[in-house]
Design a protein around this ligand. Sequence first.
Ligand code: CTP
Ligand code: MG
Length: 225
Amino acid sequence: MGINGQFFSAIIPAAGSGDRLGASIPKALVVINGKTLIQRSVESLFPHVDEIIIAAPKDFELEISGLFSGSDKVKVISGGAARSKSVAAALSQVNENADFILVHDAARCFATQAQTMRVINALLEGDHAVVPGIEVIDTIKVIDSNNFAESTPLRSSLRAIQTPQGFSARILHRAHQSGNDATDDAALVEALGIPVRVVAGEPNAHKITTPEDLEWANRLVETNE
Ligand code: CTP
Ligand code: MG
């Protein structure tokens, strides 16, 4: 049993192909300074959770489980065709006694353990859904299908949302019962009318998406590792 006698489970959706990155291998297996994105993402959760379930790209399950052969905390399953399907597939394998479940993108491989702990602490304090977020720099506009601006939300009320996101286990199971697709899990929880707490995020928990992001990542480790 983990923190405060609560069982913490973690899911890492890592089954994406990384089309926008354009590498010849799935994004989770791309290496930055000798370590894959998926290994780095696991490290930001590992000491704080009781199990980690990775949704792997089809045909890369063995390669990914080989990276974690030293730990029986980590389990690898096959992901699905969309992010939500990969999370749902992993969710079906979560320990039935889990109290809380964290969901963390493999692509946010520089999120720190401190970020994980901010999410966990908010859950232990009684929130049922917790996401890290940072202030946005650009002005964000809602546009219509013809590329005309419809509205401009007040920038100070906007946050760019990251992972790990944390949930009471029963709420995440309920949220995924809809089978709906969403770019994050909190959106499915919001659709149930359940409050989602936003805690401080961190700039380096940025999602590695494009070749420019990978260059940024390599520069970051050059200075820090
Ligand atoms: N993901 C997943 N299963 C999918 C699609 C995405 O598990 N079918 C995961 C990715 O592996 C990633 C996270 O969801 O860790 C966020 O997705 P994204 O950054 O969009 O990664 P990809 O889908 O791989 O990238 P792209 O959209 O450029 O193809
Ligand atoms: Mg994607």
